[in-house]
Write a protein that binds this ligand. Structure first.
Ligand code: FES
Length: 269
């Protein structure tokens, strides 16, 4: 069993959980994810790794309650335990000294961006981070992101905090006014990641996105997590979750994401 050692309610629908899983924490790297199951009958859900602490043997994950399982997970408290906690899964981010990089996080996508920004900063990069949310209450980890970035820019869709507008407005500004950006990471909702990729495309800046499709086994066997990248079928769980944002078939990704929505809504009624 995997014990929850800390729970933080970040907003009514966003929760943080630090979970005891020493063997996962020992190997976890930026960019990877885990798959958990609340109990024997539960569905498996993939969650990105927001932080890992090898000394404490814990993994921190931040999730938004969007479906049946994440809502159930959100009702658990510190001291409760999970039946399964498998990972780290997926390929780690390619960390190197690129020079100037930009890390963009939207909504709970800020959480997986955090260890990537930290690793890039440690590797000697100038890290400009841009984080955003629909509104101020949904903005997470501003202080944490500031601590691992050379510079932090903030946007909210409704203008309640920081720039009034999208993270991509700020990204465009950085690309135009600073230039010399070697690489961009963008993690968040699919529509946001598509917008990040479309913003960087005319500038020819390599752009990495992290795909978080439906997953079942997490081992490349079931095909549930397939995405099309550069005309080839890839499995997000073993080949990703990071892919070249300029090569992803975004239309297909959006279609597949909506496939299970009806069933989910039926369960939640
Ligand atoms: Fe089954 Fe990726 S989750 S192939």
């Amino acid at each position: 069993m995997y014990r929850i050692v800390r729970k933080e309610v970040m907003s009514p629908v966003i929760k943080l959980m630090e979970i005891e899983a020493p063997e996962v924490a020992a190997k976890a790297q930026a960019g990877q994810f885990i798959i958990l199951r609340i109990d024997e009958e539960g569905e498996r859900i993939p969650l990105t790794i927001a932080d890992f602490d090898r000394t404490r043997g814990t993994i921190t994950t931040i999730f938004q309650e969007v479906g049946y399982t994440t809502r159930r997970l959100g009702t658990l408290e510190a001291g409760d335990a999970l039946a399964d906690f498998v990972g780290p899964l997926g390929q780690p981010s390619e960390i190197a000294n690129y020079g100037r990089v930009v890390c963009v996080g939207g909504g709970v996508g800020v959480a997986p961006v955090y260890p990537i920004a930290r690793a890039l900063k440690e590797a000697g990069n100038e890290v400009i981070s841009i984080i955003g949310a629909r509104t101020k209450e949904l903005l997470i980890w501003e202080d944490e992101m500031r601590a691992v970035s050379s510079e932090l820019l903030v946007a909210t869709d409704d203008g309640s905090y920081g720039h009034h507008g999208f993270v991509t407005d700020l990204l465009k500004q950085v690309l135009e006014e600073r230039g010399n950006v070697a690489r961009v990471w963008g993690i968040g909702p699919v529509v946001m990641m598509r917008a990040v990729a479309e913003t960087t495309r005319p500038f020819g800046v390599p752009t990495i996105v992290s795909m978080n499709p439906i997953m079942v086994d997490g081992t490349g066997m079931c095909g549930a997590c397939r995405v099309s990248v550069g005309g080839e079928t890839k499995f997000a769980c073993v080949d990703g979750p990071e892919f070249d944002g300029h090569q992803v078939d975004w239309q297909l990704a959006l279609r597949r994401m909506n496939m299970y929505r009806e069933e989910e809504e039926r369960i939640l009624k």
